[in-house]
Design a protein around this ligand. Structure first.
Ligand SMILES: [Zn+2]
Ligand SMILES: [Zn+2]
Length: 292
């Protein structure tokens, strides 16, 4: 098994320099849960290089000034670290023989993924995760933020889900990233679709977007730690991925050591019961197969 989605810093923390000891501890924790290889995948927006590449993007994509301001504040709080240092420490850990690959969680920035690529392609990343965390600048998964959560009351659920999938399709189409992270994150608060017809259509579109772009999709235990109380993706979307032949990774999306490799055995059971015996791992952005 692998844990291909790990953060060094909690969202409520300021970013700080990572240490080799910290990375070694992540590896130890993972191995104690039967995980042989991990990917460190800090958010792109934690780094000053993202600010330089995407300058004030929130003002250009968001008509609601309150949401744009909220994103600006969120960004200013988070984007404090140096991407060079982050990659350097992960590279050191890797060259010391720790079972780590170097990754990044890249968010979707509408019409700006070429700018993101220009930055990240200069680094020796093994794997890039593609994520939808916001629509416009609405951080629909920021469950501790009042403004973001109040927005849920104003919007139509079918339209929100459809916009989420459109963003995911656009992200996949840019071929900037290798793995769709937490593919149905939009359900995070527990607001799932009642409309079965739309649900099946969107499931197909997400799986098809992965196939067309050559991306893998992540099976993540993080949803079990959120109000939705289930893994990403839901079982019907997981089955759609498997049916269409989308390669899978497994991940905890931990932001602290206690969650590293969270629920690995539950995910293994889900995969084995569906006849999945291999996962996708990555070296320098090239896919290779590893056993479940
Ligand atoms: Zn994420
Ligand atoms: Zn994450």
């Amino acid at each position: 098994m692998i844990d291909y989605h790990l953060h060094l810093w909690a969202h409520s923390d300021r970013a700080r320099e990572a240490t080799l000891e910290e990375l070694a501890n992540y590896c130890d924790k993972a191995q104690s849960q039967g995980v042989e290889e991990i990917a460190i995948t800090e958010h792109f927006f934690r780094f000053k290089q993202a600010t330089a590449a995407l300058k004030n993007w929130w003002d250009e994509v968001e008509p609601d000034p309150a949401l744009a301001k909220s994103m600006k504040d969120y960004w200013d709080f988070h984007a404090t670290e140096d991407l060079d240092e982050y990659v350097e420490i992960a590279s050191q850990a890797k060259s010391m023989g720790l079972p780590i690959v170097i990754g990044l969680e890249v968010d979707f920035y509408k019409d700006r993924m070429d700018k993101v690529s220009k930055v990240v392609n200069d680094y020796p990343f093994d794997v890039l995760l593609g994520s939808i965390h916001w629509l416009g600048t609405w951080r629909f998964d920021d469950i501790d933020d009042e403004l973001s959560m109040s927005e849920w009351e104003k919007r139509d659920l079918d339209k929100v889900w459809t916009s989420y999938v459109e963003a995911l399709e656009e992200l996949a189409d840019t071929k900037t990233c290798d793995v769709l992270a937490h593919p149905d994150l939009i359900k995070v608060t527990g607001r799932k679709l009642d409309n079965n017809e739309l649900r099946s259509e969107l499931n197909f579109r997400m799986a098809n977007a992965a196939i067309k772009s050559g991306m893998a999709a992540e099976l993540s235990s993080a949803g079990w730690r959120k109000p939705v109380q289930e893994q990403y993706p839901s079982t019907d979307l997981l089955d759609e991925f498997i049916k269409l032949g989308v390669p899978l990774t497994t991940a905890s999306d931990a932001h602290k050591i206690v969650d590293v490799a969270d629920r690995t055995s539950s995910m293994r059971k889900m995969l084995e019961s569906r006849g999945v015996s291999t996962l996708a791992a990555f070296d320098k952005r090239l896919k290779r197969e590893v056993p479940v």
